[in-house]
Design a protein around this ligand. Structure first.
Ligand code: 13P
Ligand code: SF4
Length: 303
């Protein structure tokens, strides 16, 4: 099928089913251009609650679709490719978390939204990269077990006096960005501002002029007076950055920062999801209710 025919069918089916397409900032450029909302994990979670729709097609990864269902179970949530997972989310299991909780009985468990519903259910509160600092400040405990991202955990530990125990998880895409990559890019573009995602290693973040979620990076670059930026995150971000700020220059810090599971939601896969209702993402009700408490606490901490 030709791409204009695919787009025409998508738009017909969206209307017929009262569906919306939510796309993460790492989704394919052509998917972002045809989505109802493009954003970071936090904005997409909020949209799942706020949008008046019967169906959400998630151009993102599994934990995002799961979060949408947890927050809004009356909506049908579809993930165009059921294999679109997040390797970092798989780095913490409920069993391992229960063991760690025994080791740190006084610690509150703060769980990055990049985690399974079952892990969220086992945690006290969730956070995203956009609100981790505020969430950690808002909870009353002074001791925290932060799962699964050790890099985000480390970054937050530099912003609080609270004691943080790190998990040994990481995003393989951000983990492979090295300090050498940053120094090389800075040498090549000496006037550029370096903006990085907090999933990067500490030795990368120490060179950053700004550390933000994906939406935060886009917002900062659009508002800044500077004209050149080195971008320390997944490379599809270039699309929205250039679209929002066409008169500015953006240089990816690494050409290898590519999240392949974020690209599984192609336009034909989205059309297939709308036509077939596959793959429907749900969570067992007992887990959903507990996981929702962790997400609700996050949303309450950052109104
Ligand atoms: P944010 O868009 O929330 O910054 O998250 C980045 C990410 O890696 C999502 O998987
Ligand atoms: Fe997971 Fe990293 Fe891909 Fe985000 S970019 S979905 S954290 S693997």
């Amino acid at each position: 099928m030709k791409s204009d025919e695919i787009l025409r069918r998508i738009s017909e089916l969206k209307e017929e089913k009262n569906a919306v397409i939510l796309a993460h900032n790492y989704a394919r450029a052509e998917v972002q251009d045809n989505a109802d909302l493009v954003g970071d994990s936090f904005a997409l979670s909020q949209a799942a609650v706020d949008l008046d729709a019967d169906m959400i097609v998630f151009a993102g990864v599994h934990f995002m679709a799961e979060s949408a269902y947890i927050l809004s179970p009356q909506k049908t949530v579809l993930l165009p490719d059921a294999d679109a997972g997040c390797p970092m989310a798989d780095m913490v299991t409920v069993e391992a978390l229960r063991e760690a909780k025994k080791q740190y009985p006084d610690a509150a468990v703060v769980c990055y939204v990049n985690s399974s519903a079952a892990v969220k259910a086992e945690s006290d509160v969730c956070c995203t990269s956009a609100n981790a600092k505020e969430v950690v400040a808002a909870i009353e405990e002074n001791e925290i077990l932060f799962v699964p991202d050790k890099n985000l955990g480390h970054y937050i530990s530099t912003l609080t006096d609270k004691k943080i125990h790190f998990w040994n998880g990481f995003c393989p895409i951000h983990q492979q960005i090295t300090e050498f990559d940053v120094l090389t890019a800075k040498a090549k573009h000496p006037s550029a501002v370096f903006l990085a995602h907090p999933e990067c290693r500490p030795e990368v973040l120490k060179h950053a002029d700004g550390i933000f979620s994906t939406a935060g990076i886009i917002k900062y670059a659009a508002a800044a007076d500077e004209k050149e930026f080195i971008i320390g995150t997944e490379q599809e971000m270039m699309h929205k950055l250039m679209k929002d700020s066409p008169n500015k220059s953006f240089y990816p810090v690494s050409k290898y920062a590519y999240c392949s599971t974020m690209k599984m939601a192609t336009l034909p896969a989205i059309l297939n999801a709308l036509e077939t209702g596959n793959t429907k993402i749900t969570v067992p009700e007992d887990i959903r209710v507990k996981a929702k408490k962790s997400l609700d606490r996050m949303l309450a901490a950052v109104p």
